[in-house]
Design a protein around this ligand. Structure first.
Ligand code: C2E
Ligand code: CA
Ligand code: CA
Length: 544
């Protein structure tokens, strides 16, 4: 009987002490800042330390057999401890509760936060090691971020609370519909637009899929707040215990990895974690490091794709297209590294490396009487930099390339998103003679009045229109319209992706000025381009 009293009291005490430890670590910094609360806790901590010391000494003596635990002694010690704890609890109840809330609850939704979720998962997971499954959902809601910027942070918080209530209600409704696996579901807030749901009660993949379906349905319709209809998107990653992990940290990491995979694919819906995702993530980390190293080692260089004048058949210039020249000699195309470079914020530096090298190459061509211009692609983030104009001027100065030989290509989508910026950035450059081309034209919804205001010299008709000239009945009409408009505005037109003689003949007939595509040449290294251009000049001399 007395042993039971001893251990029960000791366990109760340690549970309280443990709570205080996590509380201290969770809010430690805030606590130090608040002097009065600090005093409260240091007082409580001293009492706890003293009590813990007594308990440890007692346990050690008992374990060594040096002290037979007499009922009276232990009982008195336990009573002392219990009353000390009760005293602390009574005196500082409000402060403790406040801190407990701050450490374990999300301030906006009032739901358990990540700290709290981790404790709950770790407390429940041992059951799953006997083979009983549990599921962890990581949800990300799209649409919050826009509402915050456009409608204010108060509105965003109300939206967040609304979503959390809807999620709670769904879980409660499923549990009341006799789905026992939802009975102890734990909903937690992870970030302002991220939630987690832990289902500890024998929730297998099938049950997780059922919840995923309900969650999808919940977000399939717009939410109404203050008479505003808000459409939110939902994606989710799911990790299953024990297969995908038996600790909170592993499950959270794996559910997050599954979520990121969904995010990268840009699809709506749910993804279960699989070991393949882990391999992909490891491969991605390796590629990320290699890409960072490659930027430092300046491993990016341009290949050049000739541009041919439809009227004379002459090569008039070339587009610089980035290639990653790996130390192994392998040449990697932009499709394989540009999306990652954009994500890692490396695309600007890669773009400037290409710009510098392309200007040097073009300056050399022109000293050899090749009379060619060079076109360089500019990424959106690169164009938005405050030092963009200076970097272009540096590239021109260092290479000695005359500005009129340089064309900068920006996509139609970029131009449409911030026309004023385009006008301001291009003003000093165009005054020197640098030309501006609108790339992938026909895909970005620029309207006519905007087009007439923007400082463009060249339209590049997107490859998709050229390649469908022979199959799609509307494509010829669209291409004709673009060509007619360019002619009226007095602009040069470059058709991209010309692959067949029939396409070239159509474009030539309709007044397109320049063609670029595999029909003439694939992108090639600088020396090959020089050989090709020199060959053309030699032929011309023979003919004349
Ligand atoms: P883009 O600017 O539209 O470049 C044209 C792409 O079409 C090039 O792909 C080129 O090789 C390909 N192409 C040219 N003619 C034909 C053809 O007849 N048929 C077919 N099927 N394809 C053709 P590449 O070199 O893989 O470049 C892809 C994209 O990567 C470029 O599209 C551009 O958006 C981007 N990119 C390339 N270099 C750079 C760079 O230095 N900076 C930035 N920001 N983006 C770059
Ligand atoms: Ca381009
Ligand atoms: Ca293009």
């Amino acid at each position: 009987m007395t042993w039971a009293v001893f251990w029960a009291t000791a366990v109760a005490f340690l549970a309280f002490a443990g709570l205080e430890v996590s509380l201290l670590s969770g809010v430690g910094i805030a606590l130090l800042g608040a002097a009065s609360l600090g005093a409260v806790f240091f007082g409580a901590k001293a009492t706890r330390d003293r009590a813990l010391g007594q308990l440890a000494a007692l346990k050690a003596l008992t374990a060594r057999g040096e002290l037979a635990p007499t009922d009276e002694l232990i009982y008195t010690e336990c009573l002392d401890l219990a009353s000390a704890i009760q005293g602390i609890r009574r005196t500082y109840r409000d402060e403790i509760e406040g801190l407990q809330r701050a450490a374990f609850r999300d301030p906006v939704t009032g739901l358990p936060n990540l700290n709290s979720l981790k404790l709950m998962i770790d407390r429940n997971l041992p059951k799953t090691s006997y083979g009983k499954p549990a599921a962890l959902f990581h949800l990300r809601i799209d649409g919050f971020e826009n509402s915050g910027t456009t409608l204010g942070s108060d509105f965003a918080e109300r939206l967040e609370r609304d979503v959390s209530s809807r999620l709670s209600l769904l879980l409660a409704t499923m549990a009341s519909n006799a789905d026992d696996r939802m009975r102890n579901a734990l909903l937690a807030s992870k970030a302002f637009n991220e939630f987690m749901i832990f289902l500890p009660d024998e929730c297998d993949r099938q049950a997780a899929s059922v919840l995923a379906r309900h969650l999808k349905a919940l977000f399939s319709e717009a939410i109404e707040i203050d008479g505003r209809q808000i459409r939110l998107g939902l994606i989710g990653g799911i990790a299953m215990a024990p297969d995908d992990g038996v600790s909170a940290d592993t499950l959270i990491k794996n559910a997050g990895m599954a979520l990121d995979e969904m995010g990268r694919e840009g699809k709506a819906g749910f993804q279960f974690f699989t070991p393949r995702l882990e391999r992909v993530a490891v491969g991605r980390q390796k590629l990320e490091q290699e890409l960072r190293d490659a930027v430092s080692a300046r491993e990016f260089q341009p290949f050049f794709q000739p541009k041919i004048c439809f009227r004379t058949g002459r090569m008039v210039g070339a587009e610089a297209l980035a290639r990653w020249n790996r130390p192994s000699g392998q040449m990697i195309s932009p499709g394989a590294f540009i999306p990652l470079a954009e994500e890692l914020g490396l695309i600007d530096e890669i773009g400037f490396q290409i710009l510098d090298t392309a200007c040097h190459s073009a300056a050399k061509w022109n000293t050899q009487d090749l009379d060619l211009s060079v076109a360089v692609n500019v990424a959106p983030s690169q164009f938005d930099r405050t030092d963009f104009v200076d970097r272009v001027l540096d590239a021109l100065r260092q290479s000695g390339l005359p500005p009129r030989r340089l064309e900068l290509e920006i996509t139609e989508t970029m131009a449409v998103s911030n026309p004023d910026r385009v006008i301001n950035v291009m003003h000093p450059l165009r005054a020197m003679g640098v030309k501006l081309a609108i790339d992938d034209f026909g895909t970005g919804h620029a309207n006519l009045s905007m087009l007439t205001q923007l400082p463009f010299d060249i339209f590049k008709i997107d490859r998709q229109f050229v390649s469908s000239l022979e199959q799609d009945q509307q494509a010829p009409a669209i291409v004709e319209m673009i060509l007619a408009m360019a002619e009226t505005l007095g602009l040069e037109t470059v058709s991209e992706g010309v692959e067949t003689e029939a396409q070239a003949a159509f474009l030539r007939r309709r007044g397109c000025t320049i063609g670029q595509g595999f029909l003439f040449s694939r992108p090639i290294p600088d020396p090959d381009l020089q050989t090709m251009a020199a060959h053309w000049i030699a032929q011309k001399k023979v003919a004349s």
